[in-house]
Design a protein around this ligand. Structure first.
Ligand code: ADP
Length: 611
């Protein structure tokens, strides 16, 4: 059955009930209409006949009395007799009530007697007619009237009774119609509601299934049977749900595969990898992390060694704060961790995990095992230190010998010999500088840089640096200037080390400034510290090299002469050991300004504050 037919059929019970009600009402109304008709038909004619017969008898009596009083009324007597006859005959054919038959038969008898008495009275001689009238005719007329009245009463009673019956029948019918209406309404409504509920049930099942699927239960199906449009819709819907769950199964499979692939990828890394959520809980880790960090089946940050835990936390906070990936600056940041195979040095580096809306949802931390690299580094440092140390004694002898030769202590030199000795002396000095740098480097790397800090005047530091390198500047044709500090300013520093820093910066400036250029040395208070600057009008440094020139052994490519790229590294290490900082600002082709800061003494700070 189609939905359309079902919808059309749903008010059918109500319609059937209405039809039944209509039929009952029509029947009732018709029977009500027929009751007065029956009363008229059955009794009213008898009443009419009786009244007409009474009138006829009265007329006849008048005629008989008139005749008795010698007045003739022949014709009207016949007419009245015919009327009576006709009405009597009507009555005889209209017997409806019990007792009416007997009264009518008696009436016929009395009529026959009256008629013959009427004729015989009229036949009497005029003198006897009056007594005949009163003796015979009058009693018969009385009797006739009484009998007619009996019939009249019988019919009038019947009329009254039937009228009562009709009224009560009408009342009964009204009651019946009301009851029938109520019953019909009840059954009609109940059956219509039941049919509508039956019709809507599949829709309910369908909408419940839709809700379950919307909540993620893709296995839910609509159990709707039949051949109507809703059943067809349910079948289509189930087919769609089948395809959806198949799709989810396949995409879930792909996801699992992708997850296994990425897990296999991080498991293949030899270094421990931890993936943390934004709150710091471990959400994934690789085999190396489980093994090296001895994290069990339910890995937790709290299970890490305290030092490593502190480093992991710091690195995670750096990345989670949105400061970008964390890259270690050197092996100094490596953490020593005890593992089943002995101690290892792990260097942390971290990258953020982004959500779809570019928010940071986690951090990937790689703990690079740098144990072997650090061993190589140590070996290299040892080698550098040993070589530098071993170079020192022969270099000193060499410099002494060259010095004696150059000073002609052992005999005069030809011009040619003097030139060669001068060149050898320069190279020896350069070699001495390299050896000094290498020794400084090994000292720094061994953490053996001891500072002998004392109160130093900033202006005096500049002047002594100026004095030490003035000759070199003059020789190079460069103007060297000192801008004395505006007032006395003192710093706390190791004089030898600071002199080395200034001489490195000044030496570099002289080397990179062409003849006719200018170098200015200055010192001033900046941000609570003393800021020293060495500005030159030299070649300048391309921006991409400006930060790297402070790295160990870094030289701008194409550079000739000078040292081995350690001067700025050592200088910055010295300045940082004092609690200061070092940097450069440079415009290629125009010159460079190298600056460094040193902490001021308490007295210097107070002096500045009151100035
Ligand atoms: P080196 O002792 O070999 O000169 P440094 O560490 O002192 O090494 O300097 C590193 C590099 O920085 C140099 O090779 C040079 O290219 C560049 N540099 C340093 N000072 C200056 C300067 N004043 N002007 C231009 N380049 C400079």
């Amino acid at each position: 059955m189609t939905l359309r037919s079902k919808l059309l059929a749903s008010p059918a019970p109500l319609a059937v009930v209405l039809v039944l009600l209509g039929v009952t009402s029509v029947k009732t109304l018709r029977s009500l209409g027929q009751s007065p008709e029956l009363i008229l038909k059955d009794n009213y004619r008898s009443v009419l006949a009786a009244e007409r017969m009474i009138d006829a008898v009265s007329g006849l009596q008048e005629i008989a009395l008139a005749a008795a009083a010698s007045r003739e009324r022949e014709t009207s007597a016949d007419a009245l007799r015919r009327v009576f006859e006709a009405e009597l005959s009507t009555q005889e054919h209209n017997i409806t009530e019990p007792g009416e038959q007997e009264a009518t038969s008696r009436l016929r008898e009395l009529w026959d007697q009256y008629r013959s008495a009427f004729d015989s009275t009229r036949a009497l001689p005029p003198g006897q007619r009056l007594s005949g009238y009163f003796d015979t005719l009058q009693p018969l007329a009385v009797e006739l009237r009484r009998t007619i009245h009996d019939i009249l009463d019988l019919n009038q009673d019947a009329m009254a009774r039937k009228s009562d019956q009709a009224r009560s029948a009408a009342q009964r019918n009204v009651d019946l119609v009301v009851v029938a209406t109520l019953v019909a309404l009840f059954f009609g409504l109940v059956s219509t509601l039941a049919l509508t509920a039956r019709l809507l049930r599949p829709l309910g099942v369908l909408s419940q299934t839709v809700r379950r699927i919307a909540q993620g239960d893709l296995e839910a199906r609509a159990r709707v049977f039949g051949k109507d449009e809703i059943a067809a819709l349910a079948q289509e819907f189930n087919a769609m749900a089948d395809r959806l769950s198949e799709y989810r199964r396949s995409s879930l499979g792909e996801l699992l595969q992708a997850q296994q692939a990425s897990q296999a990828a991080i498991d293949s890394l030899p270094d421990p990898v931890l993936v943390l959520d934004a709150g710091g809980a471990i959400i994934n880790l690789n085999g190396a992390a489980e093994e090296v960090l001895r994290l069990g089946s339910a890995p937790q940050i709290s299970a890490l060694e305290p030092e490593l835990r502190e480093v992991v936390d710091r690195v995670r906070q750096h990345v989670a704060a949105g400061r970008g990936p964390y890259l270690p600056k050197g092996f100094d940041e490596a953490v020593r961790v005890g593992t089943p195979e002995g101690y290892r040095h792990l260097l942390p580096r971290a990258t953020p995990l982004y959500s779809e809306d570019s928010g940071i949802v986690g951090v990937t931390i790689v703990l690079q095992d740098v144990t072997r690299l650090m061993r190589f580094d140590e070996l290299k440092n040892d080698l550098v230190a040993t070589v530098a140390h071993e170079f020192r004694t022969p270099l000193t002898s060499l410099r002494m010998a060259i010095h004696l030769l150059a000073e002609e202590v052992v005999g005069p030199l030809t011009d040619k010999q003097a030139d060669l000795i001068s060149a050898a002396r320069d190279e020896c000095e350069r070699l001495q500088g390299i050896v000094d740098d290498l020794l400084d480097l090994s000292r720094i790397q061994a953490g053996r840089m001891e500072l002998r800090v004392e109160r130093l005047d900033a202006g005096a530091l500049l002047t002594s640096a100026f004095d030490a390198l003035r000759a070199q500047a003059d020789e190079a044709g460069i103007s060297l200037q000192v801008e004395e500090p505006a007032a006395e300013s003192a710093v706390r520093a190791d004089p030898e080390r600071v002199a080395l820093v200034l001489s490195n910066l000044l030496g570099n400036a002289i080397r990179h400034t062409p003849r006719g250029g200018e170098i200015v040395l200055r010192a001033r208070e900046a941000g609570g510290a003393e800021r020293f600057e060495v500005s030159d009008t030299g070649a300048g440094i391309p921006p991409e090299h400006q930060e790297r020139i402070f790295d160990k052994f870094y030289r701008v490519p194409g550079e000739r002469g000078g040292g081995v790229g350690l001067g700025l590294y050592i200088s910055r290490e010295i300045v940082q050991a004092h609690g200061g900082d070092m940097g450069v600002s440079s415009v290629p082709g125009k010159g460079s300004t190298f600056w460094f800061t040193l902490p001021r003494t308490e007295a210097a700070r107070t002096a500045t504050a009151t100035r």
